[in-house]
Design a protein around this ligand. Structure first.
Ligand SMILES: NC(=O)c1ccc[n+]([C@@H]2O[C@H](COP(=O)([O-])OP(=O)(O)OC[C@H]3O[C@@H](n4cnc5c(N)ncnc54)[C@H](OP(=O)(O)O)[C@@H]3O)[C@@H](O)[C@H]2O)c1
Length: 282
């Protein structure tokens, strides 16, 4: 079996490559090798790779920048994803599109299911939702997997930002009124690997199990790193951002776990494994 990955240089793309290469021939294309907004480049990449499966891990992920660059965000997340879905459909192979907890407004107080009503509040979130729709509409063999608070190898993610800040500042203040599920790209890649084999197409949620606030997550990161930098909780309103973020974005894994037979690991366990992998890579 052959799998083609777009966005292979991103943090999720790198772990998809690692996980799928166990039993697939992987053709991994970075942004420099295939720009997904160029329809012809996507079509030729799919034609040359002759894949049995296409993974779309390419995305415009700068949530703040997107507020001033709606065109750019939609170009990649909505139009580029449509090109990928169409090219995969043309050779009758499945496509996986990764989406975000940001498609919800965060007003619910228990875990969001894939059937819950979406209500994106930022440009990024709207562009990702359009990407979901364009994928599902253009390829009958589509998986949409929504995830959240991703961290993985090579990414400028929350874990790396906290580690850097904790090593260079006397103390930190981190928001305690944003609740979600931190997710290790390695675990999401493994879940994707299990799910695609089912051929049960549709929308899924895939995050590490358990929930926490950004403050609790930061505490766990600092502890895991053996640092003693004090962290104080604060409110999101103290750090005004251009893009609105859901205050509560816990996603339910139930549909994914029932379909694939896998159980998503706890976020604390995932964080410990990430830190170990990071040490080994250093
Ligand atoms: N990060 C999170 O917290 C988070 C949360 C929920 C959902 N997600 C979703 O999960 C998926 C993976 O995210 P990630 O964290 O791995 O993001 P990432 O590290 O930013 O990776 C995205 C990759 O896509 C590439 N890319 C951007 N525009 C492209 C284009 N026009 N053509 C081809 N490649 C392009 C980027 O390359 P350049 O760096 O060179 O631009 C980057 O390598 C995305 O769909 C994202 O929306 C992420």
């Amino acid at each position: 079996m052959r799998v083609l990955i777009f966005g292979a240089g991103g943090q999720l793309g790198r772990d998809l490559l690692r996980v799928f290469q166990a039993d697939y021939t992987v053709i991994a294309l970075t942004h420099a090798q295939a720009n997904i907004v160029e329809g012809e480049a996507v079509r030729l990449a799919v034609r040359d790779a002759r894949p049995d499966l296409v993974l779309n891990a390419a995305a415009y992920t700068d949530v703040e920048k997107a507020e001033d660059d709606e065109r750019g965000a939609f170009h990649t997340n909505a139009n580029g994803s449509q090109r990928i879905a169409e090219a995969a459909a043309a050779i009758e192979v499945p496509v996986v599109y990764f989406s975000t907890d940001f498609v919800f407004d965060g007003t619910k107080r228990d875990a969001y299911t894939p059937e819950d009503k979406t209500s994106p509040k930022s440009v990024y979130a709207k562009s990702k939702l359009r990407g979901e729709e364009n994928t599902l509409w253009n390829n009958p063999q589509s998986f949409v997997i929504r995830t959240a608070w991703l961290y993985g190898p090579g990414g400028n993610n929350f874990v790396e930002k906290i580690l850097k800040a904790a090593a260079s500042r006397p103390s930190l203040r981190v928001v305690s009124d944003e609740i979600g599920s931190p997710t290790y790209t390695r675990d999401l890649a493994a879940a994707t690997h299990a799910l695609v084999k089912t051929r049960k197409y549709g929308i899924y949620h895939g995050v590490n199990a358990g929930t926490c606030s950004r403050y609790e997550f930061a505490q766990a990161i600092v502890k895991e790193a053996g640092l003693e930098t004090p962290i104080e909780p604060c409110l999101a309103s103290e750090f005004p951002m251009k893009a609105a973020r859901p205050a509560y974005s816990v996603l339910s894994n139930e549909k994914l776990e029932t379909a694939s037979g896998i159980v998503m690991p706890e976020w604390r366990d995932a964080l410990a494994r990430y830190m170990k992998q990071r040490e080994n890579a250093a």
